[in-house]
Design a protein around this ligand. Structure first.
Ligand code: SF4
Length: 306
């Protein structure tokens, strides 16, 4: 199993290596030579990471008793006006590290009881990640691999990850391109994401906890119905499968630049969240729903006890 995966990882490293000369790893397709300069995401060749923690705020099967081993990469191909992680996703805070050192952190996650390796927005750092992962696999690392993404992914890149990723934890943020342009600075969010999520589903199917494999869809409910919950539920139910779990999130906060947009300048109401729940339920979907009253608590434990 490990050998087969290592072969896939090595194949992926050489494919990605070639594409970095005119980078098209994500749908931005900057076509810059990443060995010499940076594109929209601001990332170089070696992996850049903001934090590595055991994270207890992910979906229950990814956390259990040990926590998800979350790796927060710097850089992102989107630029959401309400991004809670803008310090490292947009302002590029973080620390460049070597693949070997990152691979050692993966091993530490495993030693400290992490349930999975949870890569948060890894695509701009995919090359560095894969080299780190290869290093860790060589040393016996075997936790399930979670690809935690905005959903805005290039199909060829996803195809390269076939046989490597166990769990796609993907957002569906909006269900029309204009909303994506307004709030996340991408002109084709839904056109790209609906194809990307289908490719994820083709590879691993709906999430099964006993196998720790499959697709989970995350949907952050936005004020004024801006997230397109009805269309999201229809898409998942009819174009994927009603067995794909939905993680319906209520914790929207008007942070970063959200207050520049009057419609996004407040939290969602109880009624808005309940309406989203009704919609999801109406399409026969299940998953994880948050109690509206609950305050999200970011519980995390640093790796290595630092
Ligand atoms: S990964 Fe970065 S450089 Fe490459 S296409 Fe995407 S945004 Fe541009």
């Amino acid at each position: 199993m490990n050998e087969k995966r290592r072969e896939s990882v090595r194949r992926a490293i050489s494919r990605i290596e070639e594409r970095l000369e005119s980078c098209d790893l994500c749908p931005r397709k900057c076509e810059v030579n990443r060995y010499e300069t940076t594109g929209f995401c601001g990332q170089k060749i070696d992996p850049k990471v903001s934090a590595i923690v055991l994270h207890f705020g992910e979906e229950p099967p990814l956390v259990r008793n040990g926590g998800a081993g979350a790796v927060f990469f710097s850089g992102c191909s989107m630029s959401c006006v309400y991004c809670q992680n803008f310090a490292f996703s947009q302002n590029n805070n973080g620390k460049e590290t070597s693949p070997e050192s990152l691979g050692d952190s993966f091993l530490k996650i495993s030693e400290e009881g992490g349930v999975c390796l949870d890569l948060v927005t890894p695509t701009p750092n995919l090359y560095g990640f894969l080299r780190a992962y290869d290093y860790a696999l060589e040393r016996g690392f075997d936790l399930p691999l979670v690809f935690n993404t905005s959903g805005y992914e290039d199909i060829e890149t996803l195809e390269t990850l076939d046989g490597i990723v166990d769990i796609y934890l993907t957002d569906i943020r909006y269900t029309d391109d204009l909303t994506g342009l307004k709030y996340s600075l991408v002109s084709d969010y839904w056109t790209v994401t609906r194809r990307a999520v289908k490719e994820m589903f083709r590879q691993v199917g709906a999430f099964r906890e006993d196998e720790m494999r499959g697709v989970i869809v995350r949907h952050l409910v936005l004020p004024e119905g801006k997230a397109g919950t009805e269309e999201m539920a229809e898409f998942v139910s009819f174009e994927l499968s009603a067995s794909v779990p939905i993680s319906l999130m209520s914790q929207y906060r008007p942070v970063h630049k959200a207050r520049d947009f009057p419609e996004l300048s407040r939290r969602i109401t109880n009624a808005e969240y309940n309406r989203a729940l009704e919609i999801v339920d109406g399409y026969g979907l299940t998953g994880w729903m948050q109690h509206f009253e609950s305050e999200e608590v970011f519980r995390a434990k640093p790796i290595g006890g630092k």
